[in-house]
Design a protein around this ligand. Structure first.
Ligand SMILES: NC(=O)c1ccc[n+]([C@@H]2O[C@H](COP(=O)([O-])OP(=O)(O)OC[C@H]3O[C@@H](n4cnc5c(N)ncnc54)[C@H](OP(=O)(O)O)[C@@H]3O)[C@@H](O)[C@H]2O)c1
Length: 246
């Protein structure tokens, strides 16, 4: 272990978490501004689960969704990697949160703070019963019209993921249509691609350290089983995050 000669924030031996490309490895080198001190209340596995999904959820909720206290927020894909962070972050921002997931994850989604849970195998969130100020669409690839039916007249839709491929433009078809339609309707329809930011890693650090957000780790796989871990994740039904241990 070593620290770069111009790095003043960390010392050799500090416990850190963060991101870098190529981190399925025993040793990895990361930029100092992509790291923060590991929250003391988390294991290394929990801390490793936080940055990428945490960035996506934080930026979608705070920057694109502009979630404010008291707003009704719907999170589709609430039991997955990004969704489990999004539910907790929306609660931390004071929202009334409804999570959409399959039957086996309803208890999990409730346990991380969702006020209401919709089991998508039994109920349709767009059945007309409720409309939401902000919808985070993380999974399921619902059509734009379906999503808009559940959105308040001046609500905000943030498409984070869940693309299943459109007829002409593959995965970004739905996102492009959202951007094109948005200027002509009262609802705000957009997408979000997260970026790695030092300030956001620090905000995540604060939220994790304060116990306002706790990473949900489904399974860990040893480094030698990375392909199996990826296959498991690709099935699309992880309960929170999948972590590689070294
Ligand atoms: N925009 C960005 O910057 C960004 C960043 C990270 C990830 N993403 C994207 O976000 C998506 C999700 O990533 P992730 O890491 O959260 O994936 P993940 O861990 O595989 O979670 C996906 C979740 O979706 C749920 N799901 C599947 N079908 C559903 C449906 N019809 N309705 C509601 N939920 C459903 C699954 O749970 P059930 O068992 O309940 O179905 C699973 O828990 C991916 O498309 C990924 O590429 C985008």
């Amino acid at each position: 272990e070593a620290v770069g000669e111009n790095v003043t924030r960390f010392q050799q031996g500090d416990e850190v978490f963060g991101t870098r490309r190529g981190s399925f490895a025993e040793y990895a080198r990361a930029r100092a501004d992509r790291l923060a001190p590991k929250p003391t209340n988390l294991s290394f596995e929990q801390a490793a689960a936080a940055p990428i999904s945490g960035y996506a959820a934080l930026q979608a909720i705070r920057d694109q969704g502009k979630v404010r206290s008291g707003q009704r927020v719907l999170i589709i894909g609430a039991g997955g990697g990004v969704g489990t962070f999004a539910v907790q972050l929306a609660k931390a921002y004071g929202a009334e949160v409804t999570g959409v997931c399959s039957t086996t994850k309803t208890e999990l989604v409730r346990s991380i703070g969702a006020d209401h849970v919709i089991d998508y195998t039994r109920e349709d969130f767009a059945d007309g019963g409720n409309r939401y100020d902000v919808i985070l669409d993380i999974a399921g690839n619902r059509s734009l019209s379906h999503l808009r039916r559940a959105l308040a007249p001046e609500g905000t839709l943030v498409i984070v993921g869940g693309e299943g491929g459109g007829r002409w433009l593959g995965g970004i078809d739905r996102q492009l249509r959202a951007h094109m339609l948005s200027p002509f309707v009262r609802q705000k329809l957009g997408t979000w691609i997260s970026t790695e930011r030092k300030e956001d890693l620090e905000e995540l650090h604060e939220l994790l350290e304060a116990g306002k957000v706790t990473p949900v780790v489904d399974r860990t796989f040893p480094l030698s089983e990375v392909p199996e871990a990826i296959r498991y994740l690709r099935k699309g039904h992880a309960r929170g995050k999948v972590v590689i241990t070294v």
